[in-house]
Ligand binder design. Structure first.
Ligand SMILES: Nc1nc2c(ncn2[C@@H]2O[C@H](COP(=O)(O)OP(=O)(O)OP(=O)(O)O)[C@@H](O)[C@H]2O)c(=O)[nH]1
Ligand SMILES: [Mg+2]
Length: 253
């Protein structure tokens, strides 16, 4: 039974969750998040690109009974675009202090969000839920191909972009302070797929954000299908060299 919560004008924490065909996951995820973060100072923005499987309708039903949940719908223009829309909404329309980005497929454990948020309370501007720091890990069900792609992809990204201090540059689970996110000028990010994560991290770092990593265990999704494809990989390869160029051309003060 869902409880109707009083509307909160300015949430302290806003979760931004992009979805495409996550009908099997979204209701359990919203139930879990609203239970774990039971206060009225939390908002959840789901950005759905008119998923054909009816994800949007499920979110609308949930939001009708819980005013902390918001649905943004739009045309399918990729993960990056969905994140920009959701984060903009969290910053401007809701006035959130902390934005937590996460996947809808339970690869990111909703319970881990608390540790990320607490790191911001302890002085960080960005807390990454990291698979590649001691204590972090990846589900044994991940195929060798996914492991190699992610592991080598991260090493290459760190080496090419100069983000050497970060172990998990492609992570999609982060808590970010509103001030740091504003300084990152997200509206001008054009990366469509998973490359968005690398560009966002690069922007945050270059605008002076203090970035920390918190170990998380990344679960393989049990329900629904991955949207990660070859396009994402090719875009990531192009984007990391673009970022290198941006740094080379940047005037040094
Ligand atoms: N709105 C929107 N959400 C998307 C789009 N592509 C992916 N997503 C969502 O973004 C999140 C991450 O996508 P996944 O397919 O899980 O990608 P991944 O986590 O790298 O891959 P897996 O390990 O296979 O799950 C999920 O919540 C997806 O539903 C998109 O084009 N638009
Ligand atoms: Mg996933």
């Amino acid at each position: 039974m869902l409880r109707r919560m009083p509307p909160s004008t300015s949430p302290r924490v806003c979760f931004v969750i992009p979805t495409y065909n996550e009908a099997a996951n979204i209701t359990p995820l919203l139930e879990r998040l609203t239970t774990l973060h039971a206060g009225g100072d939390t908002a959840i923005v789901v950005v759905d690109d008119h998923s054909p499987d009816g994800t949007g309708r499920l979110v609308r039903d949930f939001a009708a009974a819980d005013s902390r949940v918001h649905l943004l719908e739009g045309p399918k223009r990729g993960l990056g675009h969905a994140y920009v829309r959701g984060m903009r909404h969290a910053l401007d329309a809701l006035g959130a202090e902390t934005i937590v980005q996460m996947d809808a497929d339970f690869s990111h454990d909703p319970a881990d969000a608390r540790r990320l948020i607490d790191r911001l309370g302890a002085g960080a501007d960005v807390a990454i839920g990291s698979r590649y720091v001691p204590g972090g890990g990846i589900d044994h069900r991940w195929s060798l191909r996914r492991r190699l792609l992610s592991g080598w992809g991260n090493q290459l990204t760190r080496w090419v972009t100069g983000l050497r201090q970060v172990r998990d540059c492609t992570a999609g689970f982060k808590a970010i302070s509103a001030d740091a996110l504003r300084a990152a000028d997200i509206d001008s990010i054009t990366a469509r797929g998973q490359a968005f994560q690398v560009v966002l991290l690069h922007r945050l770092t270059r605008s002076g954000a203090r970035v920390v990593e918190e170990p998380i265990f990344f679960r393989e999704r049990d329900r629904g299908r991955t949207k990660l494809g070859w396009r994402d990989i090719v875009e990531c390869l192009l984007v990391i060299w673009q970022l290198r160029l941006v740094d080379l051309l940047r005037p040094r003060g």
